[in-house]
Design a protein around this ligand. Structure first.
Ligand code: NAP
Length: 267
């Protein structure tokens, strides 16, 4: 059947930031579609919880705790993966956050700026670099980089995060060309998604209302929305798609600037 192209049977997927939020939804979704998964984040207890869900579905889950901002840990991480699998079919670079780089120009110094670049941009680059032999050994391998609407939107206090995600988008396009035709590289730019990272929005009714006002679909996104997009880009269903950034944002990117403004409060 045509829709068999969405199957991940027999595939191995590495998902970073798999302990919470979007990554913690992508991993069981991929397992449901037949993949064995490798789960990476710093907090092992979170990863073990997600691994339990995956194993309950009859798939294997390898838990590897790692701080992706520590470049010294990445060759070790890649070696630990290579010790377990001969090929890597899917790499989802999902770990990321505004993190220490969130704040105004006056408050964010170079050290904090670099930390945000490190987790959102340098770590994905480095992980692709270190796992390249495993990806090259897998027929039809696919890399999915989780970007952000902040890669194209403009907002206060986001210079480091926005720059990192914009860099990630362009890196996605360049690597899609460089690694073709063996490996496809795509990105997803989520809008506002309900995860622990956005609890400051969902826990505050006024902030939630202001956020939803400029989302045409009238709600925040859910981790399911991103997991389904990741499934498309990771699977053979998107075999002719590479170098693309897929906006999953409830229609936000379709609004021209003035339309966004007209949806903001007029105080
Ligand atoms: N939620 C949104 O509205 C939204 C919107 C646009 C883009 N995004 C992007 O979507 C991705 C996931 O966001 P989320 O909202 O699901 O975030 P989240 O709930 O904060 O989860 C982030 C995950 O990444 C891991 N992580 C963070 N720093 C890490 C590091 N240095 N090394 C290894 N793992 C690390 C975290 O685990 P540990 O802390 O245990 O390491 C956690 O598992 C990010 O790239 C984010 O930029 C999210």
């Amino acid at each position: 059947m045509l829709t068999d192209a969405f199957s991940l049977n027999g595939k191995t997927a590495l998902i970073t930031g798999a302990g919470r939020g979007i990554g913690a939804r992508i991993a069981p979704a991929f397992a449901e579609m037949g993949a064995d998964v490798i789960l990476v984040a710093r907090t092992e207890s979170d990863l073990q919880q997600v691994a339990g869900q995956v194993r309950d579905m009859g798939r294997s889950a390898l838990v590897l705790s790692c701080d992706l901002t520590d470049e010294n840990q990445l060759p070790e991480l890649a070696a630990a993966i290579a010790a377990e699998v001969a090929t890597l079919d899917i790499l989802v670079n999902n770990a990321g956050a505004p993190g220490k780089g969130y704040g105004s120009l006056a408050t964010v110094d170079r050290r904090r700026f670099d930390h945000t670049l490190s987790v959102n941009l340098s770590a994905p680059y480095s992980l692709i670099h270190h796992t390249l032999p495993l990806l090259q050994a897998a027929p039809g391998a696919s890399i999915v980089n989780i970007s952000s609407a902040m890669s194209w939107m403009v907002d206060n206090n986001m210079a480091a995060y926005a720059a990192a995600k914009a860099g990630l988008d362009q890196m996605t396009r360049v690597l899609a060309y460089e690694l073709s035709p063996a490996i496809r590289v795509n990105g997803i730019a989520p809008g506002a998604i309900e995860t622990p990272a956005t609890a400051f929005i969902t826990d505050d009714p006024q902030r939630l209302e202001e956020t939803v006002r400029w989302i045409p679909q009238g709600r925040m996104g859910r981790p399911d929305d991103i997991a389904l997009a990741a499934l498309y880009l990771a699977s053979a269903a998107s075999a002719f798609v590479s170098g693309k950034i897929l906006e999953v944002d409830g229609g936000m990117a379709a609004l021209p600037g003035p339309a966004i403004q007209s949806r903001l409060p007029t105080t």
